[in-house]
Write a protein that binds this ligand. Structure first.
Ligand SMILES: Cc1ncc(COP(=O)(O)O)c(C=O)c1O
Length: 396
């Protein structure tokens, strides 16, 4: 099956009793033991290897979602979690222990960055933020205790890209695992495992579900790695995805490819329109000819994607107020990857104070991309002309 077909069909079989084609929503928290089956007495058995006993470590609907996700990423196995942050926490707390060292992208989703740089050091795990676009910087950050490098591409909110093959080459030399948050790309655009990545992380809350009505997360990769995560984090951290949300996300995945293709086409039109607007000083869209990493985007991304970052000549607070007042179609709100277009301003001062706390060269690398901040635009499925009319109302 080709990827667009796998988005609909991977792991899906009609119900053997009723013949139902759409996946069942199995709400049961527990399932009966089968006499004689391995694990019946539970003595010495790894219960997470048993298909369905208790829904904290898996449930039939969640497992159907996990099979679909593994199929989409071309992986052996997937573990679904309650949120995207829970997926990152599951990876960090499975592969890192006191004394170990993590290299984390110096720009990535704020919640994951704060988890890495605030919570992990309390557990005596050392953490180094690093510009992963620079292989020499990654080599310099490596230590004998380094166990994991965590990347994000395109990274939220500035849409800088990481060359996954180049990063994995450095990591492999050092025997270090690589995880990548591929939430903004989705498997429609990039399949990180093809580039040598060990673990793919998604916030399913975003494009994968695509309807803005369910939280979820996932880690996807080789069976031996995912089994370790399932038996540690899946069982003991308790951040399990509910069957109801798994069912909604499965429903969302059915349309993943057409949604991403349509939103990416619309993003191309909006990026072009914004780049010619006199009130706009800079537009970053990975599909644009003037993206600073255009060659990498063409190598690693099948589409430009549905995310745009842009900056305005006028004070962003004034523009943001006009957006909130004048948008008729878009929403001025947090989150991204939904069917409806969302825009929000991420100010440099604000995010540096709350999250990245960069100084010196690191701060100038950030401002080279983001200036005083970026409007993060997550393009949805509306008619492009209506979205352009909304932007015109806010910018004019
Ligand atoms: C790239 C990325 N990763 C992870 C997350 C966290 O996802 P969740 O809210 O599902 O925990 C987000 C949320 O915005 C995100 O943008």
């Amino acid at each position: 099956m080709r990827p667009a077909t796998r988005a609909l069909d991977a792991g899906l079989a009609p119900d053997p009793i009723t013949g139902a084609i759409a996946p069942n929503l199995v709400a049961s928290v527990n399932n009966i033991f089968t006499p004689g089956a391995a694990g019946f007495s539970a003595e010495g058995a790894d219960l997470t290897e048993q298909p369905f006993l208790y829904a904290r470590w898996t449930n039939p609907t969640t497992r159907a979602l996990e099979d679909r996700l593994a199929g989409l990423e071309g992986a052996e196995e997937a573990l679904a979690t309650a949120t995207g942050v829970a997926a990152a926490a599951a990876v960090f707390l499975t592969f890192l222990k006191a004394g170990d060292h993590l290299i984390v992208s110096d720009v990535c989703y704020a919640g994951v960055y704060e988890l890495a740089t605030r919570i992990l050091p309390d557990l005596c795990i050392q953490v180094t933020p690093c510009d992963l676009t620079d292989p020499a910087a990654v080599r310099a950050a490596l230590r004998p205790e380094t166990k994991l490098i965590h990347a994000e591409t395109p990274c939220n909110p500035i849409l800088r890209l990481t060359d996954l093959a180049a990063l994995c080459a450095v990591a492999k030399e050092a025997g270090v695992l690589v995880s990548v948050d591929s939430t903004l790309a989705t498997p429609v655009i990039t399949r990180p495992l093809d580039h040598g990545v060990d673990l793919v992380i998604h916030s399913l809350t975003k494009f994968m579900n695509g309807h803005g009505d369910a939280l979820g997360g996932a880690v996807i990769g080789r069976k031996n790695l995912i089994s370790r995560i399932r038996s540690r984090a899946g069982v003991y951290l308790g951040a399990t995805l509910s069957a109801q949300n798994a069912w909604l996300i499965l429903r969302g995945l059915d349309t993943l490819f057409p949604r991403l293709r349509m939103a990416s086409d619309t993003a191309a039109q909006l990026a072009h329109w914004l780049s010619r607007h006199p009130a706009v000083t800079r537009v970053t869209w990975p599909g644009a000819d003037d993206h600073p990493q255009r060659d990498l985007a063409q190598r690693q991304m099948d589409l430009g994607g549905a995310m745009i970052a842009f900056q305005t000549r006028e004070d962003p607070a004034t523009v943001a107020t006009r957006m909130a007042d004048r948008f008729r179609v878009m929403h001025y709100a947090f989150s991204l990857g939904h069917q409806r277009t969302i825009c929000v301003h991420i100010g440099t001062d604000e995010i540096q104070r709350s999250t990245f706390r960069m100084e010196g060269a690191a701060l100038s690398r950030w401002t080279d991309w983001a200036g005083a901040g970026v409007f993060r635009l997550s393009v949805g499925l509306e008619d492009p002309a209506d979205l352009i009319a909304d932007l015109a109302r806010a910018l004019d």
